[in-house]
Design a protein around this ligand. Sequence first.
Ligand SMILES: [Zn+2]
Length: 369
Amino acid sequence: MIVAAMRRQCPVCGIPWVTSFMLRWRQNGTITMFLNEDFRAVVVRQSQVTNLVHRINEKLGTSIEHIVFEAQRNAAKMTFDNTFDGIPGVRLALRSNHIKRTVVEYFNLIAVACGQCTSETLFYEPGKRGGARIRNPFYIPMMAAYVVGAFESLEGFPFDSEWVETGPDTYELTVDASSAKPEVADRMQLEVAHVLPGGNKLEKCPRCRAPMALAHWDYDMEKGTITDIRTGARVFVLDGFGFSAVFRELIAELGEEVQEVLVDVQREWTVEHLGQLGFAVSDEALSGEDLEKAYRDYLANVPLDGMGNPVSFEMVGGNIEVTIENPYNVYILAGTLKGLYEALEKTECEVKWNEARPGAMHFTVGPRR
Ligand SMILES: [Zn+2]
């Protein structure tokens, strides 16, 4: 069975075959779907998502769960539409209930391959309803939205959903054919931005072509999780649209002050992440060559997360100047650079950015004035 074979992991680097088949780490700082280089994916840590949700809930005194759900649902539908429509004959084949069942198993496989959860089909009546047991979801509202969007793409019409917690980090999710989607889903547009080429060479695994730097990912295929063994953090791969659609919708619904929260949550997370990675462990600021090396080493990892391609870095009069091509999300990158500066230079700072040219963002980080 193909699905079982795809679960197997590369003997050299440990990445499942399905992951290196489905995703490509490009030379331009992006991770893309194998069928379409414009469709991006990103690597995210669980604490980035949970910190963001908690901070926004706390700051604005309102739950953002429904916004996250609708944005992610649309993004998942668009991602799967792209996959199904991109392979000739697939839509026709999907009229067969047998093939639909296989695709549902493929959805379960993708969830594990991306470290999002384990998902087991409890029942499935093609064209009507389905149920799954989901264990260890990275964040259940987003995970449920993924499943709903996937079903909507597969069946071609909207679904309602509900989930109940049935055990520790275990949920039963049911989806039912529905006649209408909530209003918020309709006004959400997903943008597909074209990306610039790049010459950023990542060392690749000789067997499966995944980047060798991912060898520090420890896959637990039974639990549906990936752990970064350097930091102990849970890592997963998300389609690039869901995350940015969530940000865009938060800003649209809750106003500009959300931008500051987005930057600040990422700043805080980056400081913590740098500590876990062993950068800047001393209480003293780095200086000279050590400082420059630390900046360059951290920036070299940005492409591994699919967040963009840092093409220039300079230290000028107490500021750092960084240009990133194919920036995934300007608030995440601004927060990352701010956190990096703060952790290495041990001082509060401010970040500014402007579009250097189409597809490239220039950031300046310096002491707060
Ligand atoms: Zn490999």
